[in-house]
Ligand binder design. Structure first.
Ligand code: FO1
Length: 316
């Protein structure tokens, strides 16, 4: 049995810890719109969070970066006031960015580079970037410096989203192609899951790559989303702030309705799994089910994934 999963970073990584326990071949299609270039190095936070977490090398407290990390190089760079001193790059993590950038500069695509990095980390699932092309989330903000677009990481890590914000723009998305293997993985899956990742800045950029939404709408496999919102608050991260920017309520209902039913408009879902506390949620055109959605352990998360599949009568 084959399962394809659309994921962002830390929440997506936790979800995959459960999904990979199922007796299935799992392909994760990972958001790359958080990626940035710093000190000439290409940094892919969501791919790395997933790779380190599944490879048992992630920092368990932060969720991003490496366990047992030191920040000697980053502190030295900050002493020079080199670019983006607000973004902490760990020494071990820097080795990943050095290897990645050298391979990209040698002409390999991000998919091939990710596969090479995964030879070390053995995540137990296939990790595919959503695209080999450069797509970056920029955020249109206003402050005393005027109205301008900043990189998503600057918006989140430097400003913690606490700056007047107009909108998110997925720069490069319209011209991007799905990475090699993405369309095939979605087309050939027995089921597609959308992880409880940030719907606005993790899942939406993936759906913004031309061809991905279309294959989700046309595949014979059922598509089930798992709510990143429980009882009006995000499971983790800043989905609440991102939904607020869009003028959307922070509810499981609103996020399910944003993804929408497959047989209506531009929607991508057959079913939507919400937490037990949100069990009264209804969305026109969607099968809505409930289960405990706190990803407290890989076992609990496996049960979530099974509950998602049961909604569309797929048994792993
Ligand atoms: N998040 C922070 O809050 N502060 C940081 O300094 C930071 C550095 C960082 C370095 C590498 C990396 O892969 C991720 C990093 N993150 C950091 C996490 C990242 O900003 C976001 O959590 C994700 O992009 C959202 O999925």
């Amino acid at each position: 049995m084959r399962i394809a999963v659309l994921v962002g970073g830390i929440g997506g990584a936790r979800f995959l810890m459960g999904v990979r326990r199922l007796p299935a071949e799992v392909t994760a299609i990972v958001n790359t719109a958080d990626d940035l270039t710093l000190h000439g190095l290409r940094v892919c936070p969501d791919l790395d969070s997933v790779m380190y977490t599944l490879g048992d090398g992630a920092d368990p407290e932060r969720g991003w970066g490496r366990a047992g990390e030191s920040f000697t190089v980053g502190s030295e760079l900050a002493e020079y006031n080199a670019e983006a001193p607000w973004f902490s790059l760990g020494d071990k993590d820097l080795a990943t960015h050095l290897v990645r950038t050298r391979m990209l500069d040698a002409g390999y695509g991000l998919t091939a580079v990710t596969a090479a990095l995964c030879e070390r980390w053995k995540p137990g699932v296939e990790l595919l970037p959503m695209s080999d092309d450069r797509v970056e989330t920029h955020v249109v903000v206003s402050d005393e410096d005027g109205r301008r677009a900043i990189h998503f990481q600057e918006w989140w890590v430097r400003h913690r989203g606490k700056i007047e914000t107009d909108r998110f723009v997925f720069t490069g998305a319209a011209q991007a192609k799905p990475a090699p293997g993405v369309i095939e993985a979605l087309r050939d899956a027995d089921a597609v899951l959308i992880a409880p990742s940030n719907p606005v800045v993790s899942i939406a950029p993936i759906l913004g790559v031309p061809g991905i939404r279309e294959v989700l709408r046309s595949t014979s496999a059922p598509v089930v989303g798992v709510s990143p919102i429980i009882a009006g608050a995000p499971v983790r991260g800043m989905a609440d702030r991102c939904l607020e920017v869009l003028g959307e309520p922070v509810t499981a209902q609103a996020v399910g309705a944003m993804f929408g039913p497959r047989h209506d408009g531009e929607g991508v879902l057959d079913a939507w799994l919400v937490d037990e506390t949100d069990r009264n949620t209804t969305i026109d055109g969607l099968t809505v089910g409930s289960a405990p959605l706190w990803m407290s352990s890989p076992e609990a998360t496996e049960a979530m994934a099974r509950a998602a599949l049961e909604l569309v009568e797929v048994t792993a």
